[in-house]
Design a protein. Structure first.
Length: 82
């Protein structure tokens, strides 16, 4: 059960990191476009920052901490049972 939960958490975090990376690359390209006076969606990115990208980054950080804590607890329990 705990392995299945940890596996699901790791898969969800993997998908979430792709969203975070996508948002970063979109921001970088949109800022470059703004400097060249080419509209590449920077205003839309700003509108999506608070409702989409900020929670995604928070979930990624919290999930990484949770995954680390679960792995640490599993190692401690395994070492005590041996």
């Amino acid at each position: 059960m705990k392995d299945k939960l940890l596996n699901w958490l790791n898969q969800a975090l993997m998908l979430n990191i792709f969203l975070v990376l996508f948002s970063f690359f979109w921001l970088a390209i949109a800022v470059l476009g703004r400097s060249l006076n080419i509209p590449l969606g920077l205003e839309l990115w700003y509108k999506l920052w608070e409702p989409v990208f900020t929670p995604s980054i928070g979930i990624l950080m919290g999930g990484a901490v949770l995954s680390g804590v679960i792995s640490w607890v599993n190692k401690r329990l395994d070492s005590q049972s041996n």
